[in-house]
Ligand binder design. Structure first.
Ligand code: UDP
Length: 245
């Protein structure tokens, strides 16, 4: 978590304080943060546009336990960094440092409750842009202009994957010096509409099980994607080992 946060900070600083000679390289770019899970990787395999978005993201964070397990099978130990916790830490820092944030996504009543709860938790937080996630493509440019005018340093986009990643990638050139984080269903949790799994589930890497039981509509999204993803990683590692022998 600390590593992901400091990477974010370093990158924001690098873009924010770009030396004049390298301005052309970075003046026109927001920093896209993707919190990745096996469903997104499975979708990227079928959709080259989405694969390109993942490849060109400035920072990719291992959100789900599936990614942690997959990396472990490849012999690499990584810390799982749930996007929702990572985003909360960023919000806390923004409140401390007086940086404005924006919220884009979810239903109107959800975003209102989420914003109110965040303000309650961090009284000094400035949310200068707020918009629900149900809009037409023809409204997007107007939304982008409003985001730019709001002076936000960090924009959280909750349109669900892959919509939010595609949206951020489409507009990151317009949203200079901004951290752009796709947060999926986090606004629903911050609004108190959806409960996160109890700590015991999170600690043992079973948050996905809790979500499937409490939101059965998720079953189709996780199965067979998660076991298939792990199977593919096992096959990849096996093929590599066989090729080396
Ligand atoms: N959503 C939205 N606009 C859309 C589709 C979805 O704002 O056109 C919101 C939806 O209301 C929900 C979030 O996106 O708040 C998606 O949550 P989900 O838990 O499905 O996302 P995940 O974390 O699984 O990517």
């Amino acid at each position: 978590m600390e590593y992901a946060l400091s990477e974010c900070e370093n990158r924001s600083r690098r873009v924010g304080n770009c030396p004049p000679q390298s301005l052309s390289e970075c003046e026109n770019k927001g920093i896209q943060v993707v919190t990745i899970n096996p469903e997104m990787i499975a979708f990227a395999k079928k959709n080259s546009e989405f694969a390109q978005v993942l490849h060109s993201a400035e920072l990719v964070i291992p959100d789900g336990v599936g990614i942690k397990l997959g990396m472990k099978l490849k012999g690499i130990d990584i810390e799982q960094v749930p996007g929702i916790e990572f985003s909360k830490k960023i919000i806390e820092r923004c409140a401390q440092e007086g940086k404005k944030i924006g919220l884009l996504g979810a239903k109107e009543e959800v975003i209102q409750a989420a914003a109110a709860n965040l303000k309650k938790e961090f009284p000094s937080l400035e949310i200068t842009f707020q918009r629900n996630g149900y809009f037409q493509e023809s409204e997007e440019l107007e939304i982008i202009e409003k985001i730019k005018a709001s002076g936000v340093k960090v924009l959280f986009v909750a349109l669900g994957a892959p919509k939010q990643e595609l949206f951020i990638a489409k507009y990151k050139e317009n949203l200079q010096n901004m951290l752009l984080v796709g947060v999926g269903g986090s606004f629903d949790v911050w609004a108190g509409k959806v409960k996160r799994a109890p700590l015991i589930f999170r600690k043992c890497g079973c948050e996905w099980l809790y979500r499937v039981v409490t939101q059965p509509s998720r079953f189709k999204r996780i199965f067979p994607t998660l076991p298939l993803f792990l199977f593919e990683v096992i096959m990849e590692v096996r093929n590599k080992t066989n090729a080396q022998v």
